[in-house]
Design a protein around this ligand. Structure first.
Ligand code: SF4
Length: 75
């Protein structure tokens, strides 16, 4: 599982970091400080919770088969 983050669209409200400051570090100005990462075994649930916490929906969850499981496709 991978996380991809549309960093340029971050508005800096720190909801992701509130779930996990380790997985979702912020820069000195409070914006997300990573473009994404490979999710380590055991961190899947926390990574997903962080993605769901982002109100901007710019944290994408990519499963091992390449499908995007978050955010849901917009109709
Ligand atoms: S929750 Fe989303 S908008 Fe807020 S700091 Fe994290 S990535 Fe940026």
């Amino acid at each position: 599982m991978k996380i991809r983050i549309e960093r340029a669209a971050c508005v800096g409200n720190a909801r992701c970091a509130a779930v996990s400051a380790e997985l979702y570090p912020l820069d000195d100005d409070g914006y997300i400080d990573t473009d994404g990462f490979d999710v380590a075994t055991g961190d899947e649930k926390t990574a997903k919770n962080g993605a769901r916490a982002c109100p901007e929906r710019i944290i994408f969850v990519i499963e091992d088969d390449g499908t995007q499981s978050w955010p849901p496709a917009r109709g």
